[in-house]
Design a protein around this ligand. Structure first.
Ligand SMILES: C[S@@+](CC[C@H](N)C(=O)[O-])C[C@H]1O[C@@H](n2cnc3c(N)ncnc32)[C@H](O)[C@@H]1O
Length: 228
């Protein structure tokens, strides 16, 4: 049998490529769900939880495994990504699927918690990031929590070159074989921001200050709470 080369851009090959590309990716969804599950909605059965930018379903698989009682709403503007996620979660309890951006959600105070992993980074800081965060804040009830994970502008000052080389070393050791050209849609057109700018944006959107709960090189995770 001739082995087909992995297409890093095909949603089906996406998970493996992200694990090889992004340090900590294999743990991100598990950690994000574990954190949300022990927050204010820990004792609540059947809580409404939003997964914004669900991609191929990593956070959904974890949520179903850790909290099968949650009522999940999964949104993503990419029909191709949603199709892969729906296939992987075909045996899961009912999930509400929406092919849309978070900005067009139009939900007010419905969700007890939300997850957004590696989504904000793709939006430019021209009002788009603020619109995304504002929609998430408005969709949460007061006190509701969001776990946000994103590529950040490096906070490891003075270590720039070492961090850059460590990314490459991590990717090589993980067996990443895709070329820079093949990876361009995943690695280019990203708009990382620093921690101070993130704090300003999430405050303007209606969240408390972000609390950092994860960092692997420049990939950082934060816990945010909608202000009461
Ligand atoms: C890098 S992927 C991450 C997917 C998944 N969260 C994961 O960690 O595997 C980013 C996803 O965000 C989606 N996305 C981009 N802009 C979005 C928006 N404005 N609202 C919701 N999802 C968005 C993309 O279609 C893509 O599936």
């Amino acid at each position: 049998m001739v082995e087909q080369p992995l297409d890093p851009l095909a949603p089906a090959g996406y998970d493996l490529v992200l694990q090889q590309l992004v340090p900590g990716y294999a743990s991100l969804a598990r950690l994000a769900v574990a954190l949300l599950a022990v927050g204010p909605l820990a004792g609540e059965t059947g809580a409404d939880v939003l997964v914004a930018g669900c991609g191929t379903g990593a956070e959904l698989l974890e949520a179903v495994a850790q909290r099968p009682d949650w009522r999940l709403t999964a949104i993503d503007p990419s029909a191709a990504m949603l199709q892969v996620a729906q296939g992987r979660l075909r045996h899961a309890p009912a999930i509400e699927w929406r092919c849309s951006t978070a900005e067009s959600l139009q939900e007010s105070g419905r969700f007890a918690g939300a997850l957004s992993v590696l989504v904000l980074q793709s939006l430019p800081d021209d009002g788009s990031k603020l619109a995304f965060l504002t929609a998430l804040a408005q969709s949460l009830r007061p006190g509701g929590q969001l776990v946000l994970v994103d590529l950040m502008r490096s906070s490891l000052s003075g270590l720039g070159e070492q961090v850059e080389r460590a990314w490459l070393g991590f990717q090589r050791a993980s067996g990443l074989t895709a070329t820079a050209e093949q990876l361009a849609p995943l690695t280019q057109a990203l708009h990382p921001i620093g921690a101070a700018r993130l704090t300003a944006l999430v405050n303007a959107a209606g969240f408390s200050d972000p609390a950092r709960i994860f960092q692997a090189l420049d990939v950082e995770g934060f816990l945010l709470q909608r202000r009461r």
